[in-house]
Design a protein around this ligand. Structure first.
Ligand SMILES: [Zn+2]
Length: 79
């Protein structure tokens, strides 16, 4: 079973357009049983800033740190 950290790594691949069908399947399986990750996806599409705050409260520290790092890099590359 994939952990949240693994799922986030897969999400990065997805957003970068580099995801194999196998990885996509793993991600779907994880999301099927993980509310925090589903909430993340939902919030991420709406407002990244809100997402970061929500994640800091809801997700394991390791995961939120990874996400913060990820979102920072996305914001940096977008500007
Ligand atoms: Zn998860």
């Amino acid at each position: 079973m994939y952990t949240c950290k693994d799922a986030i790594n897969l999400l990065q691949n997805l957003l970068d357009g580099e995801m194999s069908p196998e990885e996509r399947q793993h991600l779907r399986e994880h999301l099927a049983g993980c509310t925090p990750c589903v909430d993340f996806l939902r919030t991420y599409r709406a407002t990244p800033e809100l997402c970061r705050k929500a994640l800091a409260e809801k997700m394991p520290k390791e995961v939120s740190a990874k996400l913060t790092e990820y979102l920072r890099s996305r914001i940096k590359s977008a500007s």
